[in-house]
Design a protein around this ligand. Structure first.
Ligand SMILES: *Cc1c(COP(=O)(O)O)cnc(C)c1O
Length: 244
């Protein structure tokens, strides 16, 4: 990396990303250990929405090899400029009409919130001769402003989606309500873990409950304490987002 060729502003930004990444990485390890868990069981995703490729590439070079993007167009626009070996997941709401563009371009689609969407992913995956790994998004807080399968319907919906050819169900993801206090959020995480275990124990064909994706900048230690296997952190690594 030729830092000399960057403007001072970018060079400073890169240093900041480096410091923040190292701190968040250490905090994730520490949270796992404090919860009596093996730190290797918890993956740290760098959420790169609105982040420019120069910073993403720097993070990847530091070991942030799992990245999460929210928007199909934004990710596909940045992808040609991304360098290094990374795994990318789509974590934002996916419209059926964008499925064709994203299938095969990311490693996991985490935000599958309906049977209809799963069917379209299956259909487009088969056309491309692949099977897409997906997570089911659960609206654990019954938040009217959020997407996601309702918790009571999650097990049944998972079974229905598991029947679809071209998709492989690898776990669950959630975004709890933003206005919930710490204790409430922790209860949501705990409910998610219970759901994750309940579905896992059913041992359904084509469902491998490996990933429980929950926890963001403000609450990842609590999510880890409640059993998250993947935390999605944006702001704490890249700073606050400016939607330009
Ligand atoms: C933006 C976003 C994150 C990261 O949130 P931060 O608070 O910036 O860490 C995680 N998950 C999803 C689905 C997001 O949209």
């Amino acid at each position: 990396m030729q830092e000399q060729s960057y403007t001072n502003e970018v060079a400073l930004g890169l240093r900041r990303v480096e410091e923040c990444w190292k701190r968040v990485y250490a905090d994730v390890q520490e949270a796992a250990i404090r919860s009596g868990r093996d730190p290797a069981e918890v993956r740290l995703m760098a959420v790169t929405k609105t982040v420019e490729p120069v910073y993403i590439n720097h993070a990847v070079s530091l070991g942030a090899t799992l990245i999460g993007e929210n928007k199909v167009q934004e990710f596909l626009g940045k992808k040609p400029q991304l360098r290094g070996a990374y795994e990318a997941h789509l974590i934002g709401h996916l419209q059926t009409n964008k499925v064709r563009q994203i299938v095969g371009e990311v490693d996991v689609i985490q935000s599958v919130d309906s049977v209809r969407l799963a069917r379209e992913i299956g259909k487009q995956s088969l056309k491309k001769g692949i099977v897409s790994d997906i997570l089911l998004e659960v609206n654990i807080g019954l938040d009217p402003d959020k997407f996601g399968i309702l918790p009571d319907a999650a097990a049944e919906t998972a079974c229905e989606i598991a029947e679809i050819e071209g998709v492989h169900v690898c776990g669950l993801m959630t975004v709890p309500p933003l206005d919930a206090d710490t204790e409430k959020t922790r209860r949501f995480f705990s409910n998610m873990y219970q759901l994750f275990i309940d579905i896992k124990e059913k041992k359904i064909h084509n469902i491998d409950m490996q990933t429980l994706s929950m926890g963001m900048s403000g609450d990842f230690p609590q999510a880890i304490a409640e059993g998250a296997t993947l935390v999605r952190v944006g702001t704490a690594i890249f700073g606050s987002r400016s939607y330009r």
